[in-house]
Structure formats: structure tokens, C-alpha cells
Design a protein around this ligand. Structure first.
Ligand SMILES: [Zn+2]
Length: 167
């Protein structure tokens, strides 16, 4: 097979500037100068098929570009402290959803009416469903209802299924 002379030809970022001895399998090899100034030796096959287009800087630039434009990619390649901050927020919001804002069963804040609701359900019926201007009053009402209807407070009987149903 007649060997092509690639000297002077450009393949994307690579300009062929010299011929190198063929490799062990007889593939022609060429000395190329990259746009960035690096010199690399590439086989003619890889040049003609577009397998090798630069000294390696093209791939690096593409990675950089992707990390700049793709937010997901950036999240995992970005500053480690950013990631842990974000993770921390996610984790804490998950934890918060386990219980309501007050941390008290049966007491919740309603932001539309700006009031606190105290609830207690007994046998699938509300025995307490009332709003209060402050969290303390709502908690007090809930605790009083617990004493009245359950005979004990949530803290002492958190295993009781009736309590769980209320929240
Ligand atoms: Zn380069």
C-alpha cells in the first residue's frame, strides 16, 4: 500500500509537520503540532479517521465546557464544601419532615391563618381541633387533652398507636 504523505495537512487541532518511523504493525506515524503548542506522534489511521484531533487538549476543553454548562455535572465536580452544604440542607429537610415543625405530635403551624393548631384524635374522631395564637398555648391544649382523653402524655406513651394516628 502506498503511503500517503500527510505533512502539511491539518486534522482539527493537529498540523502534521514531520514523518516518524512506522510502528511495529507498519502503520505510518506522524509528528504533529497541536494548536496549543504541544507536539504529539499520531498514526496516520488515527488522523484520517478523526480518532485523534489534538494532543489531548481538545478533550480537556470539552470537559471544561461541559462542567461550565451542565449544572448536574458541575455539582459533582465543583467545590467539595458546596456539595456537603447542599447535602446537609437536603438531609435536614428530610429529618424535619419526619415530625412537624413544632416537634410536638398534634401541634402544627398554619401559615395562611398565622395560627397554631392543636389536634388530638381518639377513635378516628377529633376530640381536640382548635387554633391558638401561640405555639405554647397549642401545646398546652394538646397536653391537657392528652391527660383528659388518654390519661397520660405523648412523651410517656409514644408507642401507643392512638397517638401516632393523630399526626
Ligand atoms: Zn493541544
Amino acid at each position: 500500500m502506498k503511503k500517503m504523505n500527510l505533512i502539511g495537512q491539518r486534522f482539527t487541532r493537529l498540523l502534521v509537520i514531520g514523518e516518524e518511523p512506522s510502528d511495529a504493525r507498519g502503520n505510518s506515524r506522524w509528528l504533529c503540532e497541536c494548536n496549543c503548542g504541544n507536539h504529539v506522534i499520531v498514526t496516520g489511521v488515527r488522523l484520517r479517521h478523526g480518532v485523534t484531533k489534538s494532543c489531548g487538549c481538545l478533550r480537556r476543553d470539552l470537559m471544561k465546557e461541559r462542567s461550565r454548562t451542565n449544572p448536574v455535572f458541575r455539582r459533582y465536580t465543583g467545590d467539595v464544601s458546596n456539595f456537603s452544604d447542599e447535602h446537609g440542607i437536603l438531609y435536614s429537610s428530610l429529618k424535619k419532615s419526619v415530625r412537624n415543625k413544632t416537634g410536638h405530635l398534634g401541634v402544627s403551624y398554619d401559615k395562611h391563618s398565622d395560627t397554631w393548631f392543636a389536634r388530638l384524635m381518639r377513635h378516628n374522631r377529633y376530640v381536640l381541633l382548635k387554633s391558638f395564637p401561640t405555639m405554647e398555648e397549642a401545646i398546652a391544649a394538646r397536653e391537657e387533652a392528652e391527660r383528659t382523653y388518654l390519661g397520660r402524655t405523648t412523651a410517656q406513651s409514644s408507642h401507643e398507636s392512638d397517638n401516632r394516628k393523630t399526626d
